[in-house]
Design a protein around this ligand. Structure first.
Ligand code: MN
Length: 274
């Protein structure tokens, strides 16, 4: 009775389709609630971070930086899909940790926003996340050469820099983008407790206890990668910071972060306040 079988199949398909439709309506009804307005200084730093990372060559038309909401650890702030050099306070959107927007108002988010949500879930200590395609780090994600701290400015790399392979995480070839929570979770797992992870054939993720330190680490990860490739090209063994040096040198950053920040901010924004 092939005819009946086909009718059953079609009916079943329609039922599944209807179920999807109602699931979508339920999701729309349960949009996350807002944590309220974030501190203006936090928004200002986030906008400045976008401009600085673009100015420093860490971000170009792609890549993004987020900060955890100061009123609710289960919300984060991230620009709508826009080139970082163009971001203003009006472009900042609020997201829950499943990376669902609180109030999209027709604005589109980044495809790879799940990187941010899943890292905030996995790392309560992390208050800022940068995802970039920082050019000099790319070779270290596709070869057997590990990224190592070459000088004191990048001492935070001392705990090692793991490489996330999206093909292993997905179990198949993908379009290379972290476009859902499962892939975001796998990336957060690779990152572990460290500040930086590379993404094979793609870029990197950098995390920190503040947006200023996230910018600092992003700039000096890019610089370390460039210098390390130069040192390796000179030939012979390269001397990196030893673990004790890395530990001691990385404790210097907290007290001096405002110095490079103000310089970078002036360069990227001039006297303007975003
Ligand atoms: Mn990307």
């Amino acid at each position: 009775m092939p005819c009946v079988t086909r009718r059953n199949f079609v009916t079943g398909g329609a039922a599944v389709f209807a179920a999807f439709g109602s699931a979508r309506r339920v999701l729309a009804q349960t949009a996350p609630t807002t944590a309220g307005p974030a501190a203006p200084a936090l928004i200002e730093d986030l906008v400045a971070a976008n401009r600085i990372l673009a100015d420093q060559g860490v971000l170009d038309g792609y890549g993004h930086v987020s900060v955890r909401h100061d009123r609710d650890p289960n919300r984060y702030l991230l620009s709508r899909s826009l080139g970082p050099a163009l971001v203003t306070a009006a472009d900042i959107m609020e997201w829950d940790l499943d990376s669902v927007p609180v109030d999209p108002r027709g604005r589109t988010g980044f495809i790879e926003r799940f990187i941010h949500g899943e890292i905030y879930k996995a790392r309560p200590d992390v208050l800022a996340v940068v995802h970039n395609h920082s050019p000099s780090v790319i070779p270290f994600g596709v070869t057997t050469a590990p990224l190592l701290p070459l000088y004191h400015m990048s001492a935070f790399l001392g705990g090692g820099v793991p490489v996330f392979d999206i093909k292993k995480a997905a179990g198949e070839s993908t379009d290379m983008l972290v476009r859902n929570s499962a892939l975001g979770r796998a990336l957060a797992q690779t990152l572990g407790a460290r500040p930086v992870a590379l993404m094979r054939g793609h870029g990197a993720v950098v995390v920190a206890p503040s947006v200023r330190i996230a910018v600092f680490r992003s700039v000096y990860t890019e610089m370390n990668a460039r210098l390390q490739a130069q040192a390796m090209a000179l030939g012979g063994p390269v001397t990196y910071l030893d673990p004790e040096e890395a530990r001691k040198a990385s404790s210097n950053v907290g007290g001096t972060i405002d110095r490079p920040w103000e310089l970078w901010r002036q360069r990227a924004l001039g006297g303007a306040r975003p």
